[in-house]
Design a protein around this ligand. Structure first.
Ligand code: AMP
Length: 333
């Protein structure tokens, strides 16, 4: 059966190793499988749920598209577009927000984290962010959605909204209920400075993350400065449980080398972190630097990127427009 893949990444700058290992690397694998129809969206409407600089936003949209392509997504095989170019996303989001009970949205932990202490000042957009995400996915009848672990709750909400719509309007199976594709291991990459905090675009310390635009020297330096503990590397996984920084570095090594944590522990068990760090820096540079070089090359060719996004938006519009017309008919417009 053909899988219909949909996923999105916000153009909020500083795309990092967490985005790559948690999401984009999987996008590339899915793109490479001939059986799949893939759509990868630069979710600029999601980005403006928090304040953005208008010039920076434009360049971040292009840089995100460039990162998709530089990582190995083939724009002649997969659709790459930006969300604001396809009006059905916002339209669908409004309609679905009238179906989703506030109680469901009140449970979303990402809103609580992002809104912080002063909830009153957070935008309404940030609150209904997960409904826009549901609209993105449901407009394309996506069967599978590859994301990092932090998006699991949003996908569950998407599934609940689809079920509710189908039930309320007695249109069984009209909105397709998507399956999350979340890697069992290494789907949450942590900060290099604090093993209990997610690696994030917005961490004020650049040393906390490896950006996909970092040079070889920057990667080596950041790995060297990554936080560790003062014990040797253990031989078995159980012993990593209360050692978040050790677990994270070993997890990153395993994920980027496409091997199990067990195999990595076989290699490094009993050794010091300095040994792991040398090899980690080496493999990260060899995998990330070519992507970073390619991002630089592509972002210098704005016309090329704009053409890819335009072509992608035309194809996405064709699919989404049909679905939104059906949705409107079903609800009585
Ligand atoms: P965002 O940058 O928030 O739009 O996230 C884009 C994708 O990267 C989503 O699928 C996230 O789940 C994933 N992602 C973001 N940060 C991490 C992280 N630290 N570890 C693993 N996946 C992540």
């Amino acid at each position: 059966m053909t899988k219909k893949i949909f996923s999105g990444v916000q153009p909020t700058g500083n795309l990092h190793l967490g985005n790559y290992l948690g999401a984009i690397k999987n996008f590339v694998e899915l793109n490479n499988d001939k059986e799949n129809d893939c759509i990868f969206c630069v979710v600029d409407l999601h980005a403006i749920t928090v304040k953005q600089d208008k010039y920076q936003l434009k360049s971040n949209i292009r840089e995100t598209a460039a990162t998709f392509i530089a990582s190995g997504i083939d724009p002649s095989k997969s659709i790459i577009f930006n969300q604001s170019e396809v009006p059905a996303h916002a339209e669908g989001s409004w309609i679905l927000s009238c179906m989703a009970p506030m109680g469901w949205l009140n449970r979303m932990t990402q809103f609580k984290e992002k809104a912080g202490k002063d909830k009153e000042k957070a935008s309404v957009g940030l609150y209904i962010y997960p409904v826009l995400m549901a609209s993105d996915i449901l407009l394309y009848d996506a069967t599978h959605v590859p994301v990092g672990e932090d998006q699991k709750q949003h996908l569950e909400l998407t599934r609940d909204i689809a079920h509710k719509f189908n039930k309320d309007f007695k249109c069984d199976d009209f909105l397709k209920v998507p399956e999350p594709l979340i890697k069992e291991n290494f789907s949450r990459i942590m900060s290099l400075k604090d093993g209990l905090k997610k690696m994030s675009k917005s961490d004020p310390s650049d040393l906390s993350r490896i950006n996909l635009t970092d040079s070889k020297d920057e990667i080596v330096n950041k790995v060297k400065k990554a936080k560790t503990d003062s014990f040797p590397i253990p031989n078995d996984e159980e012993k990593l449980k209360s050692r978040p920084e050790a677990e994270n570095l070993l997890g990153i090594f395993s994920s980027i080398s496409n091997q199990t944590l067990g195999k990595t522990l076989d290699e490094f068990g009993g050794k010091n972190f300095s040994d792991l760090k040398v090899q980690l820096a080496e493999i990260l540079s060899s995998k990330i630097s070519p992507i970073s070089e390619e991002i630089k090359k592509l972002t210098n060719d704005q016309q090329y990127l704009d053409n890819i996004l335009l072509e992608g938006a035309n194809k996405a519009n064709e699919i989404a427009r049909k679905k939104i017309l059906e949705i409107k008919k079903i609800i009585g417009f």
